[in-house]
Ligand binder design. Structure first.
Ligand code: CXF
Ligand code: ZN
Length: 368
């Protein structure tokens, strides 16, 4: 069938709204009529070709919509169900079996290869394949073919434009604090970077009962937003570049956790000076260069029992964590609607431009 999609024809080209062909779902696949799709930083990185993905391609990995058809063998959803889409995983490697699908042995091919495992694509233009299956969905399109493993049924009255970003950015930040770093009540938390992921980490810290919760972020609007979401202190790293000292002025012994969502190495380097004994540093933000490194002074770090760990998708597990987040949203503990801005689907380039210029925090494309 023919649908409108935001196609990226070459690295760093603008998104181009075009008509493409979408194939019927095969075994284990789910055709979703997309109603909303959040834009995440990883879409923009993939738009440059940073993940080795092919071009042309349809990106988008925070999709939400209504199931239109299912392929053979699909049992967890049916046509008419409202669904959220998230990242893909294989379902049978040791990490998937231990409910850690974000560390699936096949994570990269299943989320970035731009095709099914056999190399075929569900999308085409003028008879030529278009890269698909980005995060198992490619949801910058009016319809997407996802996989049963990355589709979650939600309530019939769910507000899909609000919930769509839970499938990546929100679960990454909130899960990074709640699941990956296992935040406990009363622990001191620093969050570096106040975009959608960092603000979700702040909300995760509040849910866990962390105190204080300190956000380090250069944009005043984001710092103000963080204060409404649970941050107890904010630090502007431009006027106050010695951020480790600024953190220790608030918590002299150092904090229990630092979660970095900036991927900005000079900001992150100070994290080592912020943590107390047995401090945990969680790395979420992906630096622009594969050579980026974090120098850790080994002797002090060993003797203080420190931990540095990488975090993908907040250690989320589609059926184990997304429903919890939806509950937090309904209970008012995860007010993501405060920092979502809706854009009509065909305004995708404007939405990205606005995000770049700090005019919005989490753009969500909505389909008419
Ligand atoms: C990504 C970040 C880069 C590594 C894989 C997961 N998260 C979502 O956008
Ligand atoms: Zn993402």
């Amino acid at each position: 069938m023919e649908v409108q999609a935001a196609v990226l024809n070459a690295p760093s080209a603008p998104f181009s709204i075009e008509t493409i062909e979408v194939a019927a779902p095969q075994a284990g696949e789910v055709l979703v009529d997309i109603q909303a799709a959040g834009i995440c930083h990883t879409d923009l990185a993939a738009a440059t070709g940073a993940f080795g993905n092919p071009f042309p391609i349809v990106l988008g990995h925070e999709g939400a919509g209504v199931v239109e058809a299912v392929g053979p063998g699909v049992t967890s959803v049916k046509p008419g169900d409202k669904v959220l889409l998230t990242f893909n995983s294989c379902g049978h490697c040791p990490r998937c079996e231990s409910h850690d699908p974000a560390y699936c042995f096949q994570f990269f091919p299943l989320n970035f290869a731009g095709a099914r495992a056999d190399g075929s694509s569900r999308l085409s233009k003028n008879g030529k394949p278009v890269g698909d299956n980005f995060f198992g969905q490619s949801s910058f399109a009016a319809k997407a073919v996802a996989n049963e493993r990355n589709v979650l049924k939600v309530a019939d009255d769910a507000d899909l434009a609000t919930l769509a970003p839970l499938g990546c950015g929100i679960q990454t930040g909130a899960g990074g604090v709640l699941r990956s770093l296992k935040a406990a009540r009363g622990e001191a938390l620093v969050v570096i970077g106040g975009g959608a992921v960092g603000l979700s980490a702040v909300m995760g810290g509040k849910i866990a009962g962390c105190d204080p919760i300190i956000l380090i972020e250069p944009q005043a609007g984001r710092r103000d937003m963080a204060l409404t979401l649970g941050a107890t202190h904010v630090i502007d790293p431009i006027s106050n570049p010695a951020t480790a000292e600024a953190v220790r002025a608030i918590v002299p012994a150092g904090v229990d956790m630092v979660v970095d969502t900036s991927g900005f190495v000079p900001a992150l380097e100070q994290a080592v000076g912020m943590v107390s004994t047995m401090g945990r540093i969680g790395l979420i933000g992906v630096p622009g260069s594969l050579d980026a490194a974090l120098p850790v002074p080994l002797v002090p770090f060993i003797t203080m029992g420190g931990t540095v760990r990488g975090i993908v998708e907040g250690d989320s597990d589609i059926t184990g964590f997304l429903p919890e987040l939806i509950e937090h949203y309904h209970a008012g503990r995860l007010p993501v609607d405060k920092f979502i801005t809706r854009y009509p689907f065909d305004q995708i380039n404007q939405a990205i431009d606005d995000a770049h210029h700090g005019k919005c925090i989490k753009p969500v494309l909505v389909f008419a």
